[in-house]
Design a protein around this ligand. Structure first.
Ligand code: F3S
Length: 768
C-alpha cells in the first residue's frame, strides 16, 4: 500500500481541541459525549450557539464541516447550484463518486462499458465540473462512495457531509458523517455555515464478545428491530463500552452505515486500536499518529460521566445472526426462528438469489469470511443453488480480493462478480427472471423497501450478514440455518458449515488495482475549463438564478406582490409527493424536465383529487382544471407569482432539494402551512420561498385556489423588526376580504437569503 499524502485529510486537531476548550468553558466543564465533542468543536461560533439554555434537541447549531462527498445522482443538482453561486473553487475538500448510475446486467466489464456509454453526458458533466472547481473525481468503476470515503478520507473526530443517506458509514472511523441533500452540501462547499438542530445522543453500551456466526451486521440488524425505522430520528447513536474495541473498523462502519435505517442523524464510536490499524493499512499513518495524539488529549471518546438522552444495553455474547425483512429493515427475526417465521407467513421455502457486497458489507473481512464459506462448500463439491452476485465496494477491495484468491474461490462456486458500484442495491439490476412474481432474495445490503433491488414490488428482500447470505445460497432454502442444519451432498453424506473466522486486514496489505481510478488529492481548480453540458441535453440544464421578489414589477416594496393561491394541499405531503422519484431520477440535473412532476401525487383539498388543480382565470382555449404542473406553468407564463396552502408536517421525508427548487422554478413565492417538516422548511428558505405557519390552524380551510393573498408586515421583518407578526390579507374570489395572523421561523441569515431571492443569490452578492 502506497503511503498517501495526508495533508488534506488530517483533521486540524490542534484547532479543534482549542475550540473544544472554549466549549467546555461555555458549558461549565460538564462531561461531554463524543458526539458533542465533535459537533461543538466544529461550531462556527460556539458562544452564539452554546450560551442559551438546553442544547440537545433544541438549539440550532451553525457548523463548519471539513469535507463533502457526493454520489453521481445527487451531485448533479448540488453542482448546478454550486455553479450558480459563482465561486471559483470549493471552500472545503470535496469529492464526486460515480457509483449509482452503473447498471448490473451480466458482469463487471460489460456492465461498466455499457453504463459509461448510456450516462456519458452526466459523467462528462461531473468530470468537467470537478476539474474546474478542484474536486476529486472518482470515475465509474472506482467504487462506491462510502467505501472510498472510508478508505481514503474519513478520519477520527472529523465532521463531514455526504449527499447520500448512508454517509454515516464513515463513522466506523470514529467521526460524524452526515447524509444531506445537495443544497446542504452546497453550504459547506461555499463556506456558508451549515445548520443542524443539535441532535439528542443515544448511548449504545456494548459488552461481551461476538461469537459463532454473529457479525457486526447482526448487531445493527438486532438494534433496528429494537429501535424501529423512526427510533433514531433527530438522534446520534454513540456506541461505547468494552464491546467496541473488539470490532474491526470496517465492522463498525457496517453498524454506522445502517444507523440510517433507524433514521439516526449519524453513528459514531470512540477511537480504537483497530481504527488505528485500518488507517495504517490504508496508507494513512500520519492521520493515525495525529489521531493518537488527539485521543491522548481527550478528544476522541466521550468523557466519563457524560450523559446520554437514553442508554441501550447490548451484550454481544448473546447476539445471534438476524434476518430483517421483508419490505422494512426493522422487522428483525433471529436466525433460529426464521424458518418458523417463513412458515407462519405461508411463504415458499425458496430463495431466488443471494447478493453480497454493497457499501454496507464489502470489506476485506466480509470477503474473507464469505470466501471461507465458499471454500468449505467447494471442498465437498457444492456450488450455489441460486444466482449469487457479488458487488465489491471499491477498486482496492476488488484488486485485493483478486490477488488473494477470493474472487477465484467465489467464482468457482458460481458467483458473478459485478462492477465496483451500487448496482442491485439501488435498483440498477436488470433482472430477467421472476418478473412480477413473488420471490425471496437475501442480501447483505442495507435497505429493503419494495421494488428497491429489481423493480419488482413482489420481491421480498431479506437483509442479513454476508456470511449468512452466502451459506444460504448453497441450500437454496429460506429456512436453512447454517449454524445447525446439514446439507445433503450428492453422495448422500451430510455436510455442515463451520462459522468462518475471516481476517480484518490483508496480511500482504491492500492492492490498489487500476491506478487510473485514483484522483490526485486536492487537485488545483482549473478556471479555464468549461463545464460540459451537451447541447439540447434532456438530463442536464444550467440553473438560472431565481429573481428576487422585490423588483420593479412589485409595487409593494418589501412586501410580496399579490400572490394567487395555486391550491390547498390536503393531508400528508412528503418530499416524494412534491417531487416524485422513480423514472424522474434521470432528470435530477434538469430542473425544467423534473419540474413536470411537481406535486403529481398530492391531493387537492378542493375536490379530493390527486394531481388536479384549477385555473380560475383560464382563457377559452384552456380547460379550467388541469394537472398541478400544468396550472403552475400557466401562472408562470402569466408572470403571476403564487402561493400554496398546505397541511401538517408539509415536506416530511428526505432532504430532497428538488421539492423546494421546483415550486420556486414555477413562480411559487410563499407556502403557508399548518406545520412544516424542518429540513424542507429550511430548503424552501434557501430557494427563496417564504414559509409561513398558520397562527390558528383552522385558518387553513379559509383560503382556496384562485384567492389572492398579500403579506402585511413582511417589510418590517426584512427591515429588522423581529417582533412583527406577519399577517395575510386574503381576497376571496367572491370579493370578501379578511386578515389572518401567521408565524415564521426566519433567522437573520435566512431573511438575508429571502431578500436576495435565494441563499445562493445572497452568497454570490457577498463575493462582489
Ligand atoms: Fe450505493 Fe446501496 Fe450504498 S445504493 S451507496 S450501495 S446503500
Amino acid at each position: 500500500m502506497i503511503q498517501k499524502d495526508c495533508s488534506s485529510i488530517t483533521p486540524p486537531y490542534a484547532k479543534l481541541l482549542e475550540k473544544l476548550g472554549l466549549v467546555r468553558e461555555l458549558l461549565n466543564n460538564r462531561p461531554l459525549t463524543l458526539a458533542e465533542k465533535i459537533l461543538y468543536s466544529h461550531l462556527n461560533d460556539p458562544e452564539k450557539n452554546l450560551s442559551g439554555g438546553k442544547i440537545r434537541g433544541e438549539t440550532y447549531l451553525q457548523l463548519r464541516p471539513q469535507r463533502v462527498a457526493m454520489q453521481d445522482a445527487s451531485a448533479q443538482m448540488a453542482l448546478l447550484q454550486f455553479m450558480s453561486a459563482g465561486l471559483s473553487q470549493c471552500a472545503v475538500p470535496t469529492s464526486i463518486h460515480c457509483d449509482h448510475l452503473i447498471q448490473a446486467v451480466d458482469g463487471a466489464v460489460p456492465d461498466l462499458e455499457r453504463s459509461i456509454m448510456s450516462n456519458k453526458e452526466v459523467f462528462d458533466f461531473l468530470e468537467s465540473a470537478a476539474r474546474k472547481y478542484g474536486i476529486e473525481f472518482w470515475k465509474p468503476g472506482s467504487g462506491i462512495i462510502h467505501q472510498i470515503v472510508l478508505e481514503n478520507y474519513a478520519a477520527p473526530g472529523m465532521l463531514m457531509l455526504g449527499t447520500d443517506s448512508h454517509t454515516p458509514n464513515a463513522g466506523g472511523l470514529g467521526l460524524l458523517a452526515i447524509g444531506v441533500g445537495g443544497a446542504d452540501a452546497v453550504d459547506a462547499m461555499t463556506g456558508t455555515p451549515w445548520e443542524l438542530k443539535a441532535p439528542q445522543v443515544i448511548g449504545i453500551h456494548l459488552t461481551g464478545q461476538l461469537n459463532g456466526w454473529a457479525t457486526p451486521k447482526d448487531l445493527i440488524l438486532h438494534l433496528a428491530g429494537r429501535l424501529t425505522v423512526r427510533g433514531g430520528t433527530g438522534r446520534i447513536l454513540e456506541y461505547f463500552g468494552p464491546g467496541v474495541a473488539s470490532q474491526s473498523c470496517t465492522g463498525l462502519a457496517t453498524v454506522a452505515n445502517m444507523g440510517a435505517e433507524v433514521g439516526a442523524t449519524t453513528s459514531t464510536f470512540p477511537y480504537t486500536a483497530n481504527m488505528r490499524a485500518y488507517l495504517h493499512a490504508t496508507g494513512r499513518g500520519p492521520v493515525a499518529r495525529a489521531a493518537d495524539e488527539a485521543a491522548a488529549n481527550g478528544f476522541l471518546s466521550g468523557d466519563p460521566g457524560a450523559e446520554y438522552d437514553e442508554v441501550i444495553e447490548i451484550n454481544l455474547s448473546e447476539l445471534e445472526p438476524t434476518i430483517n425483512g421483508p419490505f422494512t429493515p426493522d422487522l428483525a427475526t433471529p436466525l433460529s426462528k426464521f424458518g418458523a417465521f417463513v412458515k407462519e407467513n405461508g411463504w415458499k421455502n425458496e430463495l431466488s438469489a443471494s447478493l453480497i457486497g454493497s457499501c454496507t458489507n464489502s470489506s476485506y473481512e466480509d470477503m474473507t469470511k464469505v470466501a471461507e464459506i465458499a471454500e468449505q462448500a467447494k471442498t465437498v463439491g457444492l456450488t450455489t443453488k441460486v444466482p449469487f452476485l457479488c458487488t465489491p465496494g471499491s477498486e482496492q477491495i476488488r484488486a485485493t480480493m483478486e490477488r488473494d484468491g477470493i474472487t477465484g474461490t467465489l467464482q468457482d462456486v458460481g458467483a458473478v462478480v459485478l462492477a465496483n458500484a451500487c448496482g442491485p442495491c439501488i435498483g440498477q439490476w436488470k433482472r430477467e427472471d421472476l418478473k412480477g412474481e413473488e420471490n425471496a432474495i437475501l442480501t447483505s445490503f442495507n435497505r429493503n423497501f419494495k421494488s428497491r433491488n429489481d423493480g419488482n414490488r413482489h420481491t421480498m428482500n431479506f437483509l442479513a450478514s454476508p456470511t449468512i447470505v452466502t451459506a444460504m445460497a448453497f441450500s437454496g432454502e429460506l429456512s436453512f440455518n447454517p449454524a445447525t442444519d446439514f446439507i445433503t451432498l450428492p453422495n448422500g453424506e451430510s455436510f455442515k458449515f463451520s462459522p468462518p473466522s475471516g481476517q480484518d486486514l490483508p496480511s500482504k496489505g491492500f492492492a490498489l488495482g487500476n491506478k487510473d481510478y485514483y484522483p490526485p488529492p486536492m487537485p488545483e481548480p482549473q478556471p479555464e475549463i468549461e463545464v460540459i453540458i451537451k447541447n439540447g441535453s434532456q438530463r442536464l440544464e444550467l440553473l438560472e438564478p431565481f429573481p428576487d421578489h422585490f423588483g420593479p414589477q412589485n409595487s409593494r416594496g418589501l412586501e410580496l406582490p399579490p400572490l394567487k393561491v395555486l391550491m390547498r394541499v390536503r393531508g400528508k405531503c412528503t418530499t416524494d409527493h412534491i417531487s416524485a422519484a422513480g423514472p424522474w431520477l434521470k432528470y435530477k440535473g434538469h430542473l425544467t424536465n423534473i419540474s413536470e412532476n411537481l406535486l403529481i401525487t398530492a391531493v387537492n383539498d378542493e375536490g379530493g383529487d390527486v394531481n388536479v388543480a384549477f385555473d380560475h382565470n383560464h382563457d377559452i382555449s384552456q380547460p379550467e382544471s388541469d394537472s398541478i404542473p400544468n396550472i403552475a406553468k400557466r401562472l408562470k407564463s402569466r408572470n403571476q407569482p403564487w402561493a400554496l396552502i398546505v397541511d401538517d408536517n408539509y415536506g416530511e421525508g428526505s432532504a430532497r432539494e428538488h421539492a423546494a427548487l421546483q415550486p420556486r422554478f414555477y413562480g411559487c413565492a410563499m407556502i403557508v402551512a399548518r406545520s412544516f417538516a424542518r429540513i424542507h422548511e429550511t430548503n424552501l428558505k434557501k430557494q427563496g420561498v417564504l414559509p409561513l405557519w398558520f397562527a390558528d390552524k383552522t385558518d387553513y380551510s379559509r383560503i382556496g385556489s384562485g384567492d389572492i393573498v398579500e403579506t402585511l408586515g413582511l417589510a418590517d421583518l426584512l427591515n429588522g423588526d423581529q417582533s412583527v407578526v406577519i399577517k395575510l390579507r386574503v381576497i376571496k374570489r367572491d370579493g370578501q376580504i379578511f386578515e389572518i395572523p401567521t408565524k415564521h421561523t426566519m433567522s437573520t441569515d435566512q431573511l438575508n437569503w429571502f431578500k436576495a431571492g435565494s441563499a445562493l443569490n445572497f452568497i454570490r452578492s457577498q463575493m462582489v
